[in-house]
Design a protein. Structure first.
Length: 272
């Protein structure tokens, strides 16, 4: 994990978005700097996933500014401009969205071949290296239907990495998984964070968010209730709403910094 003094890679300022008169985002301000891992936490329906979709142009706010790497997302008009942005931003969704008729290797190479113009030899070599990174080197010839949910999600992460993104967005990537496979996915994400990949995560895995995040944003009702370093948010939240949410999510009051969580990320890693 790292923090730089340079301009943020991602910046949302006073972002408002409504669907059919129903406000979803009500003045969101958020920043992510290169090398940071930033988590967005909060109750369901608080606008967390909507924030991620605004970053890639999948949703367009009615008000505010959204910039990624100096590019104003709201000013993109053509599909070619949006594709250029999405080359720089990886997105891993709740559902794996793998092509069921393609092998794992083919799922990883199709975008580098068609979008980035990579040669097949280079694309396949990169894909194999990424499968090793996510601990699935032996599954290159398998089809998605032959894999567990956790394995499919790790393939989805490798597919996002195959585009060599500057930033990767994780949208509740463990929510559809069996509890026994959650740890293997979190371990892979933790490895990426340790390597310095810039990550923005929407997650309900509170202990994981505590261990890997530089900054944490707590959202409710389409607003940022509070944000700050993970160590402070989890040990001494300033908002009563944040405190109540963490009490429910963790099953106990947030612990003081001198009393770290029993389940540290390192212990989680060895448990899978």
């Amino acid at each position: 994990m790292a923090t730089e003094a340079a301009a943020p890679l991602v910046a949302l300022k006073d972002v408002h978005l409504a669907f059919g008169g129903n406000p979803v985002l009500k003045g969101i301000d958020l920043e992510v700097r290169r090398g940071q891992a930033v988590s967005i936490i909060g109750p369901s329906g608080s606008g967390k996933s909507t924030i991620l979709r605004c970053l890639t142009g999948l949703l367009e706010p009615q008000q505010g500014t959204v910039t990624v790497g100096g590019v104003s997302v709201r000013e993109l008009r053509s599909e070619a401009e949006r594709i250029a942005l999405r080359k720089r931003v990886g997105f891993v969704f709740q559902q794996y969205n793998l092509f069921p008729h393609l092998t794992v290797l083919q799922n990883l190479t199709i975008a580098p071949l068609r979008v980035l113009g990579r040669g097949r030899t280079q694309a396949e070599a990169t894909a194999i290296a990424l499968l090793r990174k996510v601990r699935l080197a032996d599954k290159a010839g398998a089809y998605p239907g032959e894999l567990s949910g956790g394995q499919q999600q790790r393939v989805a992460i490798a597919r996002a990495l195959a585009m060599e993104p500057e930033l990767i967005l994780f949208d509740e990537v463990t929510s559809a998984l069996d509890p026994e496979t959650v740890g293997e996915v979190l371990t892979v994400i933790g490895d990426l964070v340790e390597e310095g990949l810039t990550c923005l995560l929407v997650t309900h895995e509170m202990r994981f968010a505590h261990d890997i995040s530089d900054e944490v944003y707590f959202t409710e009702g389409g607003r940022i209730v509070e944000h700050g370093p993970a160590s402070r948010i989890f040990s001494a939240p300033r908002s009563e709403r944040t405190r109540a949410f963490l009490n429910r999510s963790l099953g106990a009051a947030p612990r003081a910094q001198a009393d770290p969580f029993v389940f540290s990320f390192d212990k989680l890693r060895f448990a899978v």
